[in-house]
Design a binder for this molecule. Structure first.
Ligand code: BTN
Length: 289
């Protein structure tokens, strides 16, 4: 009990009745995920899917095994001890309460050619969630999935390889299925979870994992074939920063402006008094004012 509590699971002790979880908890099951991927007629259904009870980070597991795993291999972990988010943040999700997975994809071109991949992967995650009936989804550039003012899911893309290619992308996705209040309180931004958005009944976790895997794999293959354009079109109506007043926190300064969509590289266009500038890096933080 102490170990599970330390991992962040909300466990109640009731006098005489032992312990109980605050919610019914469904653990991930690799066979069910693989069967649901096949049911969905997802691309690359034969590529490996691994499920671990605990890893440091699914991103790090892929990095350790780059030489061994084929394209579109997926690693899932029920819990991560060193889950990472963008911009040096951590990503914390107790066992049974979220989805944490990473997918590997090799590209023939240079890392610079992947500047739009962040957008493509955010759109793919939204499409997976929307296909399960999750309402009110939008994307805060470049790829935070938000709903009703809280962050629901995040995408971390790490790229290794040569300056002029080829390169390897590791696409990590974390989704809050049930976010315990203590975890939510420890975050530096408002967050939400599928349980709240779906009237207390989040989608089946195995089906959700399969749907995410199918959409990410299809998104990676489509991005390789078509580039950013179709994803940019899908992004526009989801853009949470469109026409919003923004403060862009850079390393040295804070600039103010209004969000004006993205350009052909996936950079955020911000209109200021001195004209429109494009922000290519997700390493700066953009806040609504
Ligand atoms: C963010 O919004 O900051 C990105 C969060 C990404 C979290 C996922 S969970 C699976 C994968 N493994 C990690 O360590 N991080 C990503």
């Amino acid at each position: 009990m102490a170990t599970l509590r330390a991992a962040g699971l909300p466990i109640e002790a009731s006098s005489g009745a032992g312990y109980r979880l605050l919610w019914p908890t469904q653990l991930l099951d690799r066979e069910r995920i693989v069967a649901a991927i096949a049911d969905d007629d997802s691309p690359a259904a034969a590529a490996p899917v691994e499920l671990h009870w605990e890893l440091d980070s699914t991103q790090d597991e892929l990095a350790r095994r780059l030489g061994e795993l084929p394209d579109l291999a997926v690693v899932l972990a029920e819990q991560q001890t060193l889950g990472r988010g963008r911009r040096g943040r951590g990503w914390h999700s107790p066992p049974g309460m979220g989805i944490a997975l990473s997918c590997l994809k090799r590209f023939g071109g240079s890392p610079a050619a992947l500047s739009g991949l962040s957008i493509a992967m955010g759109v793919s995650v939204v499409q997976a969630l929307a296909s399960l009936g999750v309402p009110d989804l939008c994307i805060k550039w470049p790829n935070d999935v938000v709903a009703r003012g809280g962050k629901l899911a995040g995408v971390l893309i790490e790229i290794s390889g040569e300056y002029d290619g080829p390169c390897i992308a590791r696409v990590g996705v974390g989704v809050n299925v049930r976010l315990p209040a203590a975890v939510a309180a420890s975050l530096d931004q408002p967050a939400t979870d599928l349980a709240s958005l779906c009237g207390g009944e989040p989608p089946d976790r195995n089906r959700l994992a399969a749907r995410l895997i199918g959409h990410l794999r299809r998104g990676l293959l489509d991005f390789e074939r078509t580039g950013l354009k179709p994803f940019a079109e899908a992004f526009a109506p989801l853009d949470a920063l469109a026409d919003a007043r923004l403060a862009v926190h850079g390393v040295q300064d804070i600039r103010e402006g209004v969000g004006r969509g993205i350009d052909e590289r996936g950079a955020l266009r911000v209109q200021t008094e001195r004209g429109v500038f494009a922000l290519l890096s997700g390493e700066v933080s953009v806040r609504r004012r």
